[in-house]
Structures are given as structure tokens and as C-alpha cells.
Write a protein that binds this ligand. Sequence first.
Ligand SMILES: [Zn+2]
Length: 276
Amino acid sequence: MTAQDDERYRVLKRTHQQLHRDWKRKKAPCIVCAQCEGKDRDHLPPKVILPAAIRTQDTEFFTFPVCKQCNNSSSDEDFLFSVLLSLRLKQESILQNREPTDPDLLALDRQMQMHLQDSEKGSHRADLLRPFMGTDPRTGRDAIDLDHLPVSQTLTKIVKSIYWLHTGGDILQRHRPGWWIRTDIDTSKEHFIAKHLKTTHADLNWGDRFIARYTVGHPDNGVGGMISSSLHFYTRRNIGEGMSWLVIGSPSLISVDGRSLYEMSRAIWGSPTIEP
Ligand SMILES: [Zn+2]
């Protein structure tokens, strides 16, 4: 982490403490639905992507207010998101028919197994996965259709929490669900994310583990009204071995010079995995 990142992180930390105090005092609304009172708290980064086994003493979480209903309603998707993360990260091992040896991947794997074996919710979770199980046409092996796992609710929550934090408590509520998501971004080029998110004015950084960026562009720099979050999950890998999601909020509803943000993004990054 650079000195500049360090300073940014300290500023965010202070903002978060202030937001936390206000939230207790004023009965803040849920940042997801913006309607009910946010009596529960959720975490950023989501605990589902940082299982206890791979947290270090330096891992810090920000918390944000959510209502009980929003908190409960995303738990199924949170599970599917952890499946997506775990399988995408070990894709290389799967293709080469090797067992992964990376301790972080093994921790994610174990977490997924535990979720499936849970006496209370295990069978429900297996049911969630079943419609996405099939045979990979390229390898002929059993596979999960990762491109179609529904995870937009979980991603929406992540984006909203990042937005809330970086705007000092503003709630992103104008959009309808529907996110343009691009996974498996080529991270082999150094500073890939920085290069493509030129207007980024804030980021969260936990050492080499998790980066979330939040971007709002302005019409003068040609990226008007863009809200994007990029989650970068490295575990203990080098650049080029990690994984990114680029999540862009409601791109079809936002247009710049008569062109939708979706079209613009597509021109820059190519085909999305999940369309709005
Ligand atoms: Zn809510």
C-alpha cells in the first residue's frame, strides 16, 4: 500500500466513524431500499468473500445500516456469489485437472462445503445451485453455469455500500436493479484497473486482498454520470492471477450525449457477463 493509499484509507476510516455515530443517533434508513430503518448491519467487504480462515489481523470491515428484510433477502445470493468467486478463482486448476493448493482457495472451498453441509440451510442451498448445474460443453465435465448465477442483488448491495461510504452517507436509490457486470478482467497488465477507471476519486484497499473503487465521472471528462465499483480479489496472488468484477450501476438508464452508458462501456470493455 502506498503512502497515498494509506492517507485515503485513514480519511475513509474517519468518515465511517462519523457515519456510524450519525446512524446510531438518527435512526438512519437502510442503504439498500432507502425506506425501512437500517437496524441491522452489513459488512464491506462482504464476509462471504473473506471467510474467517483467510482474514488476517489487518483485515478491517466497514459496516453499514440495512433493514432486516434486505439483509435476509440477499443471503441466498451471497452464497451464490461465494460459489462464483471460489470456482472462478480455481478455474485454472480445474482446467488443468489439478487440485488447488493455494491456502486462500482452499479456505474458500471449505467455506462453500460448510455452507452446503449446514444442517439447517444446506439442502436449501443445494436447491439454489441445482438449476445451474450441467455439463461443460468444452470439457464434457460436470460444471456450474457461472455466467448465469443470479448475483445482482449482492453486487447492488456492495455498490451501494461503497457509494454510501464515499459520499459521506448519501443513499443511491434512483436506480432499478440491473447491473452490467464484467468478470474475469485481464489483470495481467499492471494498473489495469487504475488505467480504466481514470476518474476514480476514492478507493478502499486492504493490502493485497480486496480493492473496491467507486467512480463518478463528469460530463467534462466524457464519462458523465457513471457509477462504477470494481472489486478486485487477489488473495495472495500476484497481479495477473487475481480476479475483478466491474459493476456499473444502471447503465441503460444513464446516457451521455444521447448514448447510453451501457453502449459506452461496451465499446470500452467489450461484452458484459450479465446484461442490465
Ligand atoms: Zn432495506
